[in-house]
Write a protein that binds this ligand. Structure first.
Ligand code: TXA
Ligand code: MG
Length: 326
């Protein structure tokens, strides 16, 4: 059994401790602007294997390699002109690029689960930046939740899910974006593999393309193995596009609600709703109700990511009740 999980303050000492643990092959959860990541050094097969073990994640579902800067990213993957344009527009930030691996990339094979592409991200959150700079190597980091559960947007969520299974968590407070990064593949044609914290409209505008018009691609092929349907699941049933709570359900609104009721955003602001989404699902899931009824959310901008996560939270669970993805 591992020793108790250390809770680190994101000051110089905490960052140094996190980097030392990572370099020693241990797992450290850290805040990014999207969600908390479960970091392990991406060049060490043992560290990467322990990420899969700690999450209970299926080994075919590859990880995102987080890097401090574009030069490091370019040493790992081939950047097309379009990838360069996206990196220039949105990194550091809530976007992950899936790109062809370069010869001699140095990543442990488990990071990419044997694919010839790699998912790369430069996060913007200052704590994540400082960890990556201090470690000086790529850090593989899936969301820091047990596989199939809701992603963590606070250190408390990480502890609730993974305490005792990871060496440390850097407590940087709440993640401002609140949903995972948008995953974009550029080759052979640009497409969004996962809606996320950067809107399809913004990505389309940067490329001069109308990406938002198409549906988010639900890839069930091995090119995007993580997009299994039941995912991000609270333990209670979630009912979508509800107009009111039924007996026993708790209401999660969008827009103004009565005193004491819950809403993703009083002012119908989609960025605020995204920032609140996982935190509210975590806390309502812990409450006394038998289910969660959620108001309709517009499907534009960050609403696409919110609806994607809600649909996964509401999807039928595999038998035994435990969702199977990561
Ligand atoms: O915001 C985020 O993206 C967070 C923070 C920690 O960076 N990370 C995150 O990681 O959400 P994770 O592992 O929960 O989701 C990564 C997704 C998975 O669905 C995986 O299948 C997909 O990225 N992925 C990774 N490598 C891929 C590849 N080469 N091709 C297609 N999809 C890939
Ligand atoms: Mg995840």
């Amino acid at each position: 059994m591992q020793p108790a999980t250390e809770i680190l303050t994101p000051d110089a000492n905490g960052i140094a401790r996190a980097a030392d643990l990572l370099r020693a092959g241990k797992l450290v959860a850290f805040p990014t602007e999207t969600v908390y990541g479960l970091g392990g050094i991406a060049t060490r097969p043992d560290a990467v294997a322990s990420i899969y073990a700690a999450k209970g994640r299926p080994s075919f579902n590859p990880l995102i390699a987080h890097v401090a800067d574009l030069d490091t990213a370019r040493r790992i993957a081939h950047f097309s002109d379009m990838a360069e344009a996206l990196a220039a527009a949105f990194w550091p930030g809530p976007m992950t690029l899936v790109l062809p691996l370069r010869e001699g990339h140095g990543l442990a094979p488990g990071v990419t689960a044997g694919l010839e592409t790699v998912a790369l991200r430069i996060p913007a959150a200052p704590v994540a930046q400082r960890v990556l700079e201090r470690v000086g190597q790529p850090v593989a980091a899936p969301s820091a939740n047990p596989s199939g559960r809701i992603s963590p947007t606070r250190a408390e969520h990480v502890i609730a899910g993974l305490s005792g299974r990871i060496a440390a968590v850097l407590d940087g407070g709440a993640c401002p974006v609140g949903v995972e990064s948008t995953i974009v593949a550029t080759d052979p044609a640009p497409r969004i593999l996962r809606a996320g914290g950067l809107s399809a409209e913004a990505i389309g505008a940067a490329l001069g393309l109308d990406l938002a018009a198409g549906p988010v691609i639900e890839d069930s092929t091995p090119t995007a193995p993580g997009q299994l349907t039941s995912h991000y699941a609270p333990s209670k049933p979630v009912r979508l596009n509800a107009t009111a709570a039924l007996d026993g359900e708790v209401w999660l609104g969008f827009g103004p609600v009565a005193e004491g009721q819950h809403t993703l955003s009083q002012s119908r602001d989609l960025a605020e709703a995204a920032a609140n989404l996982f935190d509210m699902l975590h806390s309502l899931d812990d409450g006394p109700h038998t289910g969660i009824a959620v108001a309709p959310i517009p499907d534009t901008g960050l609403g696409a990511a919110i609806n994607d996560r809600l649909q996964r939270a509401a999807a039928p669970r595999p038998r035994g009740g435990t969702p199977e993805a990561g």
